[in-house]
Every structure is written in structure tokens, then in C-alpha cells.
Design a protein around this ligand. Structure first.
Ligand code: MN
Length: 298
């Protein structure tokens, strides 16, 4: 199966344009991955860079991954961490957390990365919120390819990031002229998000900022690059729960979303992000009808 999705441009915070790959018009989920934004490379030397004020999350994990630049993470647990390229920033929202993300006042010129969410399965969505930062991650190498395991496992290499369902998230760095075979878990569904350079996956060209969905049942994946490339492999056991995703929340029912929105507006449940100078983000208005649960495919 080959489904190519182009990113949809969205403005994040005040100044960062992102390309949204998940959810898209065809799919809500790849494994438990329920959200994928790719941004940059942007030259932010003369500007503030990323400025996302405090906002709440529940029912998901956020995965921050940078190819270039730095992002300063602060959350309502008191975490205060600058994430650099090649380091995993993993926030488990569980029942409730709030965080802010911004480029440090003094920052590198280039900002390039992805912001990903993993939907928590029903059994884990009420877990206590947690923040983890992992600077050391395992990697697999093949001729011209380095696959860094950000989340879950790939061919026996396991990320230290805590997961709650079987999945994989891996950064693929291909040298110019690379031709490699990547071993996959056949029970997983997979997609590849191209971030830079020239990339061919299973014979299909994938342009930077777009995503190729590959379905289930693959034991390996052929990847090639003429000029060198960076890409992200996302996969996991098909997530067979119905979810309601609205704004920054993953829930199961409309009423849970309505309650979470009210709690954020009232300053309840999600806590306070200290150290961020500026107002928190207000939630957008709710849509007119009730939000309906949806599954993997649309
Ligand atoms: Mn967030």
C-alpha cells in the first residue's frame, strides 16, 4: 500500500508555520501516533522563533524531536529543559498537564523539527503526568543509513522513552547514495515522513514535508537517497480504539472534552506553567455539534 499525504500548512503559536501530516484527510492514526507536525528548516536568527504559550494536554504523550535548533520546554510539574537536536523530549500528559515551548532568547539561527503525539490507550490515559528528557538514544546502522530509535523499538533496539502501546518512532539519516533495507515489525502499520533531502521509500519518491503511508504486514522497507535525506519512520500496532481528538486533548467522549475545556478556562486540573512570561493560550470555541469518536481510518 502506498498513500502519499502532503502536509497542510498551519500557524502554530505566534510565528511558527508547520506542515500537519497527522491527522490528515485519509487517516487519524498510524499505530498510536495521532498527530504529526513538521516545521522548518526556518532561519529564526532575526526573530523570536517558536513561541507557544502555556496550553493543556490530556490523554496523550508529546514527542519533541529536533534536527536543528533548540526548544525550551516548561511544564506544570516544574520541568524546565532545553531540548537540543538529537535529544528526545517526552511529555506524558496522562490525566492532565500544561506546558509552554519557546525558542530560547539566544538561539541558533536554524530551527527544524517535528512535534508528535501518541494517543494513550484507555488503560493508560489516566496515568500521572510525567516529563522525561533522553539525550542518549540507540541507533541501528546499515550502509549509508543511521536509524535512531526515538520511541518504542526497531529491530531489537529499544528507546528509553516510556511507551504504553507497541510502536516505533525512528529518525532515518541517509547519506548521499544510500541504499538500505530497514527491518520492520510485520504486525505494525507504518508511515515515513520526509523532513529534508531526496528520499525514495519502496520505490516511491517522498518530498520533504510529505508522508507516505505503507499499511501493515511489511517485514522490511527499502530506502534510498541520491543527495542525502532525513526522514521519520512512524509505526505501531493498529490502534483499534475510537478516540475524540479536539484542540490539545485526546479523549473518548464529547463530554470529557467539554469538561477539560472548562477546567482549563477555570484554572483547574492542568496546573500552572511557571517561568513563562505571558498569558496562557485560551481554548478555541467548541464546534456547534457534539464531537464524535472516530477510528483509524476516516
Ligand atoms: Mn503542546
Amino acid at each position: 500500500m502506498h498513500e502519499v499525504f502532503a502536509g497542510r500548512e498551519v500557524l502554530l503559536g505566534e510565528s511558527t508555520k508547520v506542515r500537519r501530516l497527522l491527522p490528515n484527510l485519509g487517516r487519524r492514526l498510524v499505530g498510536a501516533w495521532c498527530f504529526a507536525d513538521h516545521y522548518g528548516p526556518d532561519d529564526i536568527a532575526a526573530g523570536p522563533g517558536m513561541q507557544v504559550p502555556p496550553h493543556p494536554h490530556m490523554g496523550l504523550q508529546t514527542v519533541s524531536w529536533l534536527l536543528a535548533g533548540e526548544v525550551h520546554h516548561r511544564d506544570s510539574l516544574g520541568s524546565d529543559q532545553v531540548i537540543r537536536a538529537g535529544e528526545l523530549g517526552l511529555m506524558t500528559a496522562g490525566e492532565a498537564i500544561a506546558h509552554a515551548e519557546q525558542s530560547p532568547a539566544s538561539h541558533p539561527a536554524l530551527l527544524h523539527g517535528v512535534q508528535l503525539w501518541v494517543a494513550l490507550p484507555d488503560a493508560a490515559r489516566q496515568v500521572a503526568p510525567a516529563w522525561a528528557h533522553h539525550a542518549e538514544l540507540p541507533a541501528l546502522t546499515d550502509t549509508g543509513l543511521t536509524a535512531t530509535v526515538i520511541m518504542g523499538s526497531l529491530a531489537g533496539a529499544v528507546s528509553p522513552g516510556q511507551t504504553h502501546s507497541p510502536l516505533v518512532g525512528a529518525d532515518l539519516a541517509l547519506d548521499a547514495g544510500a541504499q538500505a533495507l530497514l527491518p520492520l515489525e510485520p504486525d505494525f502499520e507504518h508511515a515515513v515522513l520526509a523532513m529534508s533531502g531526496s528520499l525514495e521509500v519502496d520505490g516511491v519518491e517522498v518530498a520533504p514535508g510529505s508522508m507516505l503511508y505503507l499499511g501493515c504486514g511489511r517485514r522490511d522497507l527499502r530506502v534510498r537517497s541520491t543527495d542525502g535525506a532525513r526522514a521519520l519512520l512512524l509505526g505501531g500496532e493498529p490502534f483499534d480504539e475510537q478516540i475524540v481528538m479536539w484542540w490539545n486533548f485526546v479523549a473518548r467522549t464529547n463530554d470529557e472534552i467539554v469538561a477539560a475545556r472548562a477546567d482549563w478556562a477555570d484554572g483547574n486540573r492542568f496546573g500552572v506553567v511557571r517561568g513563562y512570561s505571558g498569558d496562557p493560550l485560551p481554548a478555541p470555541p467548541l464546534p456547534a455539534g457534539r464531537l464524535k469518536p472516530g477510528g483509524r481510518t476516516r
